[in-house]
Design a protein around this ligand. Structure first.
Ligand code: ZN
Length: 289
């Protein structure tokens, strides 16, 4: 199969096997007899310098082949260098977010509220020269991969990287504007998605049973729909659920699994307070707002 003869190809016939790697993840191994593309993508977005939330998500994540980061690695939280160092270890698939641009000095802070602007300036002062340069060179979305056709990755919207897609109404224009059937986005910090086909449009919000335990929720996708899907925010959720959010896309099953996982909230809050960042940035993490 063209485009599949590479590291992310998995054997799925009898005789295919999986290899346990030191990270504890099960990675697919190529089987020469019979192959098809099988890519499980761990989607992380809006980590916002929250190291505790990032580590919790990585611990809770099921097996995956690739990590894609949908932007706003930094901003708001107290661990910018630690989070960038950890994020770099996960691979090279990133799109930049508005907070990444702000901390890198690539945009004016006049669009930010005073608290976000203060956090961006603080972040800029903390960053090592290497991490500042790394932030400056993050690509603007959309990005795509040859072995996962018909899927694109952006921060805000495929139309404008800084647009917010909050409601179904916001989603309709980008859903109609692109031939790509599946777009993963971040920026709103709201986990869920939007779908459109010739007959109907709809909103999907994952439903969870608890507010304190690790949980997941599956969303099977249909072939005749277009989708905009947000894995939620790792480091600063705003949907009323304090737990760190992420998602896994399985290109073979054509399904997205949304996850929520508790994390060491107190430690993340202490880092914000110890840095003399605004108290509100710590208190909002507990409220998920
Ligand atoms: Zn964000």
């Amino acid at each position: 199969m063209p485009g599949c003869q590479q590291a992310f190809v998995a054997g799925v016939a009898a005789g295919a096997h999986y290899e346990e790697l030191p990270l504890g993840r099960r990675y697919s191994v190529y089987n020469r007899q019979f192959v098809r593309c099988l890519v499980r993508i761990l989607l992380l977005s809006d980590i916002h310098s929250n190291l505790e939330a990032l580590e919790a998500c990585l611990s809770a994540a099921p097996a995956y082949d690739r990590v894609v980061n949908l932007g706003d690695v930094v901003g708001y939280g107290g661990s910018p260098n630690e989070v960038i160092d950890r994020a770099k270890q996960l691979g090279n698939y990133f799109v930049r977010g508005n907070h990444d641009k702000a901390a890198a000095g690539l945009m004016e802070l006049s669009d930010f509220n005073p608290i976000a602007g203060m956090a961006a300036l603080w972040t800029q002062r903390q960053l090592t020269p290497e991490n500042l340069e790394w932030l400056r060179t993050l690509p603007q979305g959309p990005i795509r991969f040859p072995d996962v056709p018909d899927v694109q990755f952006v921060h805000g919207s495929p139309i404008d990287e800084d647009d917010y897609v909050v409601t179904l109404r916001d989603a309709l224009e980008p859903l109609m504007a692109f031939s790509v059937t599946l777009t993963f986005f971040g920026h709103t910090h709201l986990q869920g998605g939007f779908s459109l086909n010739e007959k109907a449009s709809d909103t999907f919000r994952p439903a969870y049973r608890t507010v304190g335990q690790a949980e997941f929720c599956n969303w099977r996708l249909a072939k005749d729909h277009h989708y905009l899907i947000n894995p939620g925010s790792v480091g600063q959720p705003r949907d009323g659920d304090w737990r760190a959010a992420f998602a896994v896309f399985d290109s073979d099953a054509l399904a997205v699994t949304f996850h929520r996982t508790p994390y060491n909230l107190k430690s993340a809050q202490d880092r914000i307070l110890d840095a003399n960042l605004p108290q509100r940035l710590a208190s909002r993490l507990a409220a998920g707002r």
